[in-house]
Design a binder for this molecule. Structure first.
Ligand code: AMP
Ligand code: ZN
Length: 114
């Protein structure tokens, strides 16, 4: 866990969150500022700053996240599709420097990605 990291604090319960899923490798919670009817963040329980820091030493966390995303989406009622997004770095407007995957859905999403 990294000091002064918002999502590390959410994972260890220092900051409250609306949990939707948890296991030994990842934690999922509702985004505080939802962009769609369903907007969930899935984060690794290890401090990885962004997609740019994924490597063989920590990719087990990322693999686990992608194993559980379909379960989380199904539990959230996303039967007609959804989008999985990770903003990486300044050009992508990453605001929290702890790797996270947005699961967004519950309505028809825009066709454009950027
Ligand atoms: P990004 O801009 O990709 O780094 O995404 C960061 C996301 O974290 C944004 O969608 C925020 O709304 C969300 N967020 C920030 N603080 C919290 C919080 N305390 N609880 C839940 N979501 C948060
Ligand atoms: Zn962190």
């Amino acid at each position: 866990m990294m000091e002064n990291c918002l999502f590390c604090k959410i994972i260890n319960g220092e900051i409250p969150s609306s949990k939707v899923y948890e296991d030994e490798k990842c934690y999922a919670f509702k985004d505080i500022n939802p962009q769609a009817p369903v907007h969930i963040l899935v984060v690794p329980k290890a401090h990885i700053a962004s997609v740019d820091e994924i490597a063989s030493l920590n990719s087990e966390y990322v693999a686990r996240i992608f194993e559980v995303i379909p379960e989380i989406a199904k539990a959230a009622g996303l039967t007609n599709g959804y989008r999985v997004v990770s903003n990486c770095g300044d050009d992508a407007c990453q605001t929290v420097k702890h790797l996270h995957f947005h699961i967004i859905g519950g309505r028809q999403l825009a066709g454009e990605m950027a």
